[in-house]
Design a protein around this ligand. Structure first.
Ligand code: GLN
Length: 309
């Protein structure tokens, strides 16, 4: 299979797309990003990473960081995490408040904002916010084999200024007894991890541990057990694209995680890790063209876990 030709073909199709969605503007710093950017990187389980388009430009990974943070939280507290966070698709927006009250401060899953805020609390417990952040940043660097992965301070500051909705979610959970550390410190970790910047090449390389049963690219030590990698993939499949997770499974059929920076990381277990990026979002807060790119990719490769499209 000529992955380079497939990636090139996807890029040229995306160039001619006029409806590119809208950049996230509720985090003002993200509103400056150029809507015309598009990149894709395919990291097969073994062999060279294949890239096309703007695959080496770092972008704000936003909610994709929830995957790396969850990986570390599970390492820290194991399955006890599931007493504080559920594993069901939410069917509501990533920053929805409504379910939290019905479910007494236990978020539906770790990939919506309140779930990820609990995960930040787990990473913070007993240490300083910068230590918890270093943990997440360090994992992103190690998995992508690239020490240049960084936190975009402007994006973190921008979200700190405007993140009142996340503050509301966190305060509600604190009132229900589901956060242990002070809200401001938990959100400091959360906002900074969301502001990690990575390129498609770095993200696709980092995602390899999930398609290779827990083994990071080129590493000897495992990041997670094969069993945990499988479970992370199942959560991505059911919850990774918020209230559009069902539609993504229906149209494309691979575990994936999106972020409002316009990135989508998709895992084809045992085969490849793929990242696509275009900053324009659809109404669910997922990248319009990155989703289309995955559809094209799966059509060309037959890589859906449910069988060829
Ligand atoms: N930092 C963003 C927020 O909390 C992440 C949301 C996302 O990427 N869906 O709103």
């Amino acid at each position: 299979m000529d992955l380079q030709a497939i990636a090139n073909d996807i890029v040229s199709r995306m160039e001619s797309e006029s409806d590119r969605g809208k950049v996230a503007n509720y985090i003002p710093e993200l509103a400056h990003v150029d809507l015309n950017k598009f990149g894709i990187a395919i990291a097969p389980i073994e062999g060279e990473v294949v890239t096309a388009g703007d695959a080496d430009i770092p972008f704000s990974i936003q909610s994709i960081s929830k995957l790396f943070a969850l990986t570390l939280a599970l390492k820290r507290v194991g399955a006890t995490l599931w007493q504080r966070v559920g594993r069901e698709p939410s069917g509501t927006a990533f920053n929805s408040i409504i379910q939290l009250e019905n479910e007494r401060g236990i978020p539906r899953n770790p990939f919506i904002n309140p779930g990820a805020i609990v995960v930040s609390d787990v990473l913070l417990e007993g240490r300083q916010p910068d230590e918890a952040l270093e943990d997440v940043l360090g994992l992103c660097r190690r998995l992508s084999n690239d020490e240049t992965v960084y936190v975009d301070d402007k994006v973190a500051a921008s979200e700190t200024l405007t993140g009142d909705r996340n503050r509301a979610l966190a305060n509600f959970m604190k009132a229900e007894g589901n956060l242990r550390e002070p809200v401001d410190r938990v959100l400091e970790v959360y906002f900074q991890q969301c502001a990690i910047a990575m390129s498609c090449r770095q993200l696709a390389t980092a995602g390899r541990y999930l398609c290779a049963a827990g083994q990071p690219a080129g590493g000897e030590d495992s990041t997670v057990t094969p069993e945990r990698a499988r479970r992370l993939n199942s959560l991505m499949m059911t919850c990774g694209l918020y209230d559009a997770s069902g539609e993504f499974a229906f149209r494309i059929g691979i575990p994936a995680k999106s972020g409002v920076g316009g990135g989508v990381l998709g895992i084809i277990p045992g085969v490849a890790s793929v990242a696509a990026w275009c900053p324009g979002l659809d109404r669910n807060g997922n990248s319009r063209l990155a989703i289309e790119a995955f559809e094209e990719l799966v059509r060309a490769t037959g890589w859906s876990v449910f069988g060829p499209l």
